[in-house]
Structure formats: C-alpha cells, structure tokens
Design a protein around this ligand. Structure first.
Ligand code: SF4
Length: 335
C-alpha cells in the first residue's frame, strides 16, 4: 500500500545552529511560519479529498520540529491531532535533529499521536559532522534512535551524500552504521550547494570539490540496493525537482531525475552480471511489473550500451519479480 504525507513546512526561525548546507537562516524571513489556524485549514481541505486516509500521515517537515519554540510546537500538534483517529489520518510524522530528542519530548509526541520520527543523521562520520557544523555526533544519532524505537515510534533516518569532507567510503560507512540501527525508513539526499551557505563559500573558494554526478549516481545506486537488501525502505532518493531549488543552488549533486538514474544503473549492472554468465546475444530481460522503463534507461541508454556490447535486448514484465530482480532468457527459449 502506498504511504502518503500531507506535508506542512515549518521553517526553523531562530535556529542557533549553522549547518554548512542549510539556508534556513537566510530564507526564514521570507518563508511564513504556519499558524495552528493554517494547519487546521490545510487539514480540513485535505480530509475531504484524500481517500486512503488510513495510509496518510500529517507531516511537519522543514526544520527541527522538537527544537522550535515549545509553545509553538504544542499549538501545531494540538491543531494536527484533531485530524488523527478513526476515519481521519493515521498519525503525525515529524523530522528533527538527533540532539533534540529525549524522554520528555517523546512523551509529549506520544500524547499527540505522533507516529513517525525522522532524524537528520546526515553522516555517521564524526569528522564530516564537525566539518559541516552539525553540532551533534554520530553517537547522538544512535542514542536518539534507540529512544525513539523504545517508545514505539516508526524511525526514519536521513543521510546526505557528498558533504564537505565526505567520500565514497564515508557514505558507505554511514549507510552501514544506519543499517545497524535498523530504522524503518531512510532518505538519501545528495548534497546541493545553496546560495549564502557555508558550503557556498567553501565551493567558491575552491576548497570544497563537488562529487562528480556520475560518481554520486553509482554510489547512490549501491546504497539504494544495500538498504533494499537490508530490508530498509528508501522513501526518498534525491531532491524534488523544483524551480526553487534550481534558482537557489550554486552547484552540487543535482539532477531532476536523480533516483531514476540510480535505478537505471542498478538494472544495467544486474543485466551485465547476468549476461556475462551466459552465451546468448539475443535475449529477453524480464523485470518487475512497471519497471520496464527503469531497465531500458533514460533515453534508452541501457539498451544502447548493451547493444554496443553486442547484445540484442528486449525488455518484458514478469509478475513474480521484485524490484531489481531480473530473469534473462535466450530469445529461442521463448518460442
Ligand atoms: S539544518 Fe536544521 S539544525 Fe541545521 S541550521 Fe538548518 S534548521 Fe538549523
């Protein structure tokens, strides 16, 4: 069943951190803080439209929800909680910093029907966290995650790829450490350099070299497969393509179809591995229902690459296959 969120963006005005990649302090003046009345209006409109309410959470995203002004946080939860329950939405989802979680705040969140908590881990390498002014350590991520799970919330962890000081091996290490925590969900964000941030300064001075897009796609394809194999759901890979991002960014790892390119890469690698084990050059590759375009690749890139390697490939669907599972058959065997 598909999970849905009704996302309400809460900018973190007055945040006393200065993470290298974040422009909250620059944009917060321009972005309006939603009031409890705004929350009620948004949810009143959504509740009549959304059919699968039992699979929909009210999501407070943007800053560090449990680190905003406490009275303001409570007023938002109060407004949202009116819309949770039988024949209403399934619960409330929030995102926050690992060091803004403790028993006291978790007991408040339980009272207001918060069901899922996402932590911005960003990296599990302490040197990367420090270089990017995160103001928390990897052990804060482990500690907060344990508390969240102990209280029975669904846990989500967010990681960034290609931060200042990060490397391919660093990202692999982060993914490994995250898998050990066994979160329910993961989001993978390639780093984008927004104007006015510390990353922007480092980039303009030449000190911060951006991970090449091809490298990032290969790496994130590997991480996606790694989390799937560890039965951890990746609910986001890449940033939403938007005019805002494209006009606010100076550079970084960005492609409007980033996730699709990673998925194309995984299918291509699987196809090559399987084809190299057999002799036929005329084959049908079977993939999961709905995944034909992922195997074919953007602008048929995978088919072209395989053709250049001497393979004549047709792609078809097979009901019983899962994501990134393939079956290769010689064309003759199919008649
Ligand atoms: S990412 Fe969150 S904690 Fe860091 S500066 Fe931005 S709002 Fe503050």
């Amino acid at each position: 069943m598909k999970h849905n969120n009704i996302s309400i963006f809460i900018p973190h005005q007055g945040c006393n951190h200065a993470c290298s990649f974040c422009n909250q302090n620059i944009i917060s003046g321009a972005k309006k803080q939603p009031t409890p009345k705004d929350v009620t209006e948004i949810l009143s409109q959504s509740i009549d439209i959304i059919k699968d309410k039992a699979d929909t959470e009210i999501a407070f995203f943007g800053g560090s929800f449990t680190a905003i002004n406490r009275q303001y946080m409570l007023s938002l939860l109060e407004a949202a909680n009116e819309f949770v329950g039988d024949n209403k939405f399934a619960g409330i989802r929030i995102s926050t910093r690992p060091d803004a979680i403790d028993n006291e705040v978790l007991s408040i969140l339980i009272r207001y029907n918060v069901t899922s908590i996402e932590l911005g881990a960003q990296s599990m390498c302490d040197d990367v966290l420090e270089l990017n002014n995160r103001g928390h350590s990897s052990s804060d991520v482990v500690k907060a995650s344990k508390l969240i799970k102990k209280h029975g919330f669904s846990l989500g962890l967010q990681m960034m790829v290609g931060l200042y000081g990060d490397t391919v091996d660093g990202a692999r290490f982060t993914a490994n450490e995250i898998a050990k925590i066994k979160p329910d969900t993961v989001r993978i964000y390639p780093t984008v350099i927004l104007k006015g941030t510390k990353l922007a300064q480092l980039y303009l001075s030449g000190e911060y070299k951006v991970m090449p897009l091809e490298t990032a796609i290969g790496l994130c394809a590997e991480l996606l497969l790694f989390f799937i194999q560890n039965k951890i759901k990746v609910i986001k890979l890449g940033l939403h393509a938007s005019n805002d991002i494209e006009s606010d960014m100076l550079g970084g790892i960005y492609h409007p179809a980033f996730k699709e390119l990673c998925e194309n890469t995984i299918y291509m690698q699987k196809a090559i591995e399987t084809l190299q084990k057999q002799n036929s050059k005329n084959v049908i590759i079977y993939v999961k229902l709905g995944n034909v375009s992922k195997m074919i690749g953007q602008k048929k890139i995978n088919i072209e690459k395989l053709s250049n390697m001497g393979y004549n490939v047709k792609v078809m669907e097979k009901k019983e296959l899962n994501d990134f599972e393939i079956i290769v058959k010689d064309v003759q065997d199919c008649y």
